[in-house]
Design a protein around this ligand. Structure first.
Ligand SMILES: *Cc1c(COP(=O)(O)O)cnc(C)c1O
Length: 420
């Protein structure tokens, strides 16, 4: 079987590195107890949990820990088809149903992240986020392939300019793992929108230079941390050279799906471009493995403030206790929960989407009950380009005789003298 590296553009300097044959794994005999006892050891340059080590020994015999902890090895050996996944997972009927009908919808899971998937339980949260099921083929009312109307806010290729003072700069369409609920599925699956070429990058930076109102650039994609250090530094240094760009951010899921990408060389390079923030994408507390914790700590040690963005997903993280545990695990590695997103209505997302009320209940279950730092903004990215709209539980009960009536987290009523 050949890897589907057609999803990497020819302009990618990484492409040549990624064309090794895919894994020829063996079937596991005994399941390991899932994500418990995540003990780990330092191996070479990066930490490897015992859990992932067992997976490596079973499915990639002959592979060294040095190879496993090399992020390019991880990308080259990623699972991109059901034929490969079948070697490490017992497919459920729903997964098999998808396999037979929709080979054209791309799959991508790093071996590291695959090691976290439960071989037998198709309903395990992490497995549901990566392995497609038949439901993904059902298009429901209100679903669209570009729900946020992003194509309309793009003045030049790679730039989305929706808000007055900041832009989204989509430097690549490539991700090291394809989340099934991804808003930009319409983009990551198009091979003409992979790693952007230098002339497109330069043209986008030219746009930013000409627009002196842009003080904040959010580098996203795809996943910018799948670019080589040199490529990323080219972009960062050129943005830093623009005087009115005060603040740069990167959006990435790499610490969760490809944590070994966070090398000392990368953090050394990133810290030259402060103030630089990184928004990470996390879904579930099971993602906070020793490897991912190491990646977050390395970024935080480089002085990079870290935020997290989570998509609210039915049966995955839509319980207060699950989401709260995620926020607590994130704060332990210096990641501040930033946004909790209502799931965007992309085609085939109804099995992931909760009612909007669920998100409000989660915020209600957090505020006051745990650290304020653990409470994100719950937002809906409004369809057709309305931007992010925050939603809050009802704490404001109205005004009466010059007083504001307020409800606290315990549902007790308080009054504030608002006579002024
Ligand atoms: C989310 C987003 C931003 C950044 O929004 P913040 O609320 O500042 O984090 C900028 N541009 C676009 C198009 C976005 O979707």
């Amino acid at each position: 079987m050949k890897t589907k590296n057609v999803r990497l553009s020819t302009s990618s300097s990484l492409q040549e590195d990624f064309d090794d044959p895919p894994p020829s794994g063996r079937v596991a005999v005994n399941p390991t107890p899932f994500l418990e006892n995540l003990s780990s050891k330092e191996s070479g340059d990066f930490v490897v949990s015992d859990h992932s080590l067992k997976f490596l020994e079973r499915h990639f015999p002959g592979t060294t820990i040095a190879e496993w902890t090399d992020w390019k090895w991880q990308v080259r050996h990623s699972f991109t088809s059901f034929d490969q996944l079948e070697k490490v997972l017992n497919l459920s009927e729903d997964e098999k149903g998808f396999k037979e009908q929709a080979l054209h919808l791309p799959i991508r899971v790093t071996p590291y992240y695959a090691s976290l998937l439960d071989k037998y339980d198709a309903l395990q949260p992490l497995r549901r986020t990566m392995i497609p099921v038949l439901d993904e083929l059902i298009v429901s009312k209100g679903e669209e392939s570009d729900p946020l109307g992003e194509e309309h806010d793009s003045p030049v290729p790679l730039i989305l300019h929706r808000y007055p003072d900041r832009v989204l700069f989509l430097v690549t369409g490539f991700c090291s793992a394809f989340c099934r609920y991804c808003t930009r599925t319409h983009m990551v699956s198009k091979k003409d929108k992979m790693h952007a070429g230098t002339s497109q990058i330069d043209a986008a930076i030219e746009y930013i230079k000409e627009h002196t109102e842009v003080r904040d650039v959010l580098i996203s994609g795809g996943d910018p941390l799948t670019l080589s250090d040199d490529r990323l530094e080219y972009i960062l240094s050129r943005l830093r050279a623009v005087e009115h760009v005060e603040f740069i951010r990167i959006g990435s899921k790499v610490p969760a799906v490809l944590p070994m990408r966070i090398t000392p060389a990368l953090t050394q390079m990133l810290k030259k471009y402060h103030p630089l923030f990184i928004s990470l994408h996390f879904t579930h507390p099971d993602e906070l493995t020793p490897e991912t914790r190491e990646a977050c700590n390395r970024l935080a040690d480089a002085g990079i403030p870290l935020g997290s963005q989570t998509v609210l997903l039915k049966g995955i993280n839509d319980e207060v206790e699950v989401y709260k545990k995620l926020t607590h695990e994130l704060l332990k590695v210096r990641v501040k929960p930033y946004y909790l997103y209502q799931c965007d209505p992309i085609p085939g997302s109804s099995h992931f989407r909760t009612r909007v009320a669920r998100g409000i209940e989660i915020i209600k279950g957090l505020r006051g009950f745990t650290s304020g730092y653990a409470v994100p903004h719950f937002v809906i990215d409004a369809p057709k380009g309305g931007g992010k709209i925050p939603l809050l539980p009802e704490y404001f009960e109205g005004r009466e005789n010059g007083e504001v009536i307020l409800r606290n987290y315990e549902d007790k009523i308080f009054k504030y003298p608002d006579y002024a």
